[in-house]
Design a protein around this ligand. Structure first.
Ligand SMILES: [Zn+2]
Length: 461
């Protein structure tokens, strides 16, 4: 773990002041708390599992240090805590009965619930992480289901984060694997930012870029060891996840850490995929699948010469705003999702003339961009193998998605966020449908995956 890197990143962060991750870190909770919040009363918020894993000890440490402790707020262990708004209301109403500072002891969902509830009470909070399962510990925003739709509600990141490395190392395997997949997704999200930068849609911010990308290969380099519970690999993972969150704070946007692979994940989340599975399908597992999907699409685009497009023909066949809206509506089946998708797609809509300008620019920048993107990316099969080594699902069937729906996700994912990604590049160059068809053809990337999966299923019978 590079404390130096994390401390330098904290200088750039807007909300988080302190991060301490080491073996035995729970003993330093009182000291970290005092430095960031001073005296005052504290309420531990956990669920039945995380209270046993770390909450009880944190409570003891803080009591021993002389803090006034409220009765801990413990969500039931079963069924697994779900990130829905009613849980935020419950916690918020309870927090309003006193002025204690919340200390969240848990991982993704619990942290998100405390993050937003604290914000609604205008209180800052501290987090004690129990699994390296996502990059949200040091990120702002909470992913919550509200009014039947999974959405990101705004709220600042915690003021301080503490995690005991041994607890992270012994966390359930699927949680660590999820964190790994969330981090691996920065490979494709970086490529998307390179594209957006070259096309003058969104300039690269060097600080935000460096925090996430400079050491990425090192952080994701040992998936099999990570799965086996190796301490150094766990350190690498958690450092990457913490830095990724701090990168988002520094740039005040998730662009640093989220591209088209996250659009797949958000789409499936909004469609409720794996919500009722046990355990529920994690954010990271969806991001991992999205990363393989996007890396495979990039491969096909990079084979083509995008400096040699028929710009006039593309301009002539570019849909009007109205046609674009109709096509988005036709693709979604849920009314809430449809409205949001129309809004997001139209926010990034460009006219036929603007399209021609962008494609002219692409013609100029393509040779250099192609090189940069090739350097940033890894082959889709390699990403797939790394995910498998870490214990992540890598075929749609494993996450409960049919092949047909998976194929359609390429189009649908493009519509749900205004952020410019490779899905937009493929669509604007008239290549998205063609590439997707190629990916799912018998000799294409997904065609071959489907065939080998079918053969394995047959052999297992
Ligand atoms: Zn993520």
């Amino acid at each position: 773990m590079s404390e130096q890197r994390i401390n330098a990143a904290l200088e750039e962060a807007t909300d988080t002041r302190d991060v301490k991750i080491e073996v035995g870190a729970l003993a330093s909770v009182p000291e970290v708390f005092r430095e960031n919040f001073g005296e005052g009363s504290i309420v531990i918020v956990a669920d039945g599992n995380t209270f046993e894993v770390a909450g009880r000890e944190v409570q003891r440490e803080l009591e021993a240090a002389g803090y006034t402790m409220m009765e801990p707020y413990v969500f039931p262990a079963e069924p697994p805590l779900y990130a829905e708004y009613s849980n935020i209301e419950k916690l918020r109403d309870s927090l309003r009965e006193h002025a204690a500072v919340p200390v969240a002891v848990g991982s993704g969902t619990l942290n998100d619930i405390v993050k937003r509830s604290s914000h609604e009470c205008e209180r800052s909070y501290m987090c004690v992480g129990t699994a390296a399962s996502m990059d949200g510990y040091t990120a702002f925003g909470a992913s919550i289901e509200k009014d039947g739709l999974k959405q990101t509600l705004s709220c600042p990141a915690p003021k301080a984060v503490v995690a005991d490395l041994e607890i992270l190392q012994n966390a359930p395997e699927n949680m660590t694997a999820s964190g790994y997949a969330d981090l691996l997704g920065k490979v494709t999200s970086g490529a998307d930012w390179l594209v957006a930068d070259a096309l003058e849609v969104e300039k690269i911010d060097l600080t935000g870029w460096s925090l996430v990308q400079d050491h990425l290969r090192e952080w994701i380099g040992s998936p099999a060891e990570l799965r086996a519970g190796d301490q150094q690999s766990t350190e690498h993972l958690v450092e990457g996840l913490i830095m990724s969150g701090l990168g988002m704070q520094s740039y005040v946007s998730s662009r640093t850490a989220s591209g088209a692979e996250h659009q797949f994940s958000h789409l499936w989340e909004m469609e409720g995929l794996g919500k009722d599975a046990d355990p529920p399908l994690s954010h990271g597992f969806k991001v991992g699948m999205g990363s393989v999907a996007i890396a495979a699409l990039y491969e096909l685009l990079l084979e083509r010469d995008l400096a040699d497009l028929d710009i006039e023909a593309l301009k002539d066949s570019w849909p009007t705003r109205e046609k674009m809206e109709q096509s988005v509506r036709a693709q979604h089946t849920s009314p809430e999702l449809e409205e949001g998708a129309v809004e997001q797609t139209l926010a990034k809509y460009i006219s036929a003339d603007e399209l021609a300008e962008r494609l002219e620019l692409l013609r100029e920048v393509w040779p250099g961009l192609r090189e940069k993107v090739r350097e940033q990316l890894m082959p889709a099969w390699e990403i797939k193998e790394m995910l498998e080594a870490a214990g992540c699902p890598t075929t749609p069937v494993e996450i409960g998605l049919g092949w047909g729906n998976f194929e359609k996700s390429y189009r649908r994912a493009q519509t749900i966020r205004k952020r410019y990604t490779v899905l937009d590049l493929a669509s604007e160059t008239g290549l998205l449908d063609e590439c997707v068809q190629e990916l799912f053809a018998p000799e294409g990337f997904w065609g071959r995956v489907a065939a080998s999966r079918a053969a394995a299923d047959g052999a297992g019978r």
